[in-house]
Design a protein around this ligand. Sequence first.
Ligand code: AMP
Length: 193
Amino acid sequence: MIKKVCVYCASSDKISQSYFDGAAAIGQLLAEEKITTVYGGGSAGLMGRLADSALAHGGQVIGIIPHFMTEVEWQHNGLTELILVEDMHERKRMFLEDIDAVIALPGGTGTFEELLEVITLKRLGKFLQPIIIYNQNGYYDPMIAMFEKAIEEKFMGEQHRGIWTVIEEVADLIEAIEQAPKWDQSAIDYAKV
Ligand code: AMP
């Protein structure tokens, strides 16, 4: 049973409308499935759109935001719960507490960093839940190609492909979470890539 997921996504407002529609569709789906959304707590970009849509469809939305961002009023003021934390590190750690999956929507370096960190944590067995990459408009094709390059050149092993699942359509999200390869300590092989 999926109860709570963490969503990483863009803060930019300048991106094309289709990305806003994608974030809205994810927010709506999570609300309809009665899944709580945990995210960065911002009101801008895909973050704001995701939260607005989930709330408009009756969903629960928890934002986790560092103090310094609230000093410049970047927070969303209509959330179910807004948790203020000391810094970006604490925020990223809290994102991953007690959640059933991570979903990365399109974003910039902030989103990339969050996604790459959680992939690294899962590789090391410090995070075991599904990681879903929503490859809207093929946005993540170059990153996925980089992962493949890393596997081909043996910077990662073939087994590490099981860390993430790529979806092209919002409608595939729930099934992707449910069917993600199980990941536990036995799936981890640090030394032998
Ligand atoms: P990016 O993908 O580079 O747009 O970054 C998204 C991440 O950057 C968020 O998860 C936040 O950590 C942070 N961030 C950047 N700008 C903002 C903002 N205006 N409001 C809230 N968080 C932001």
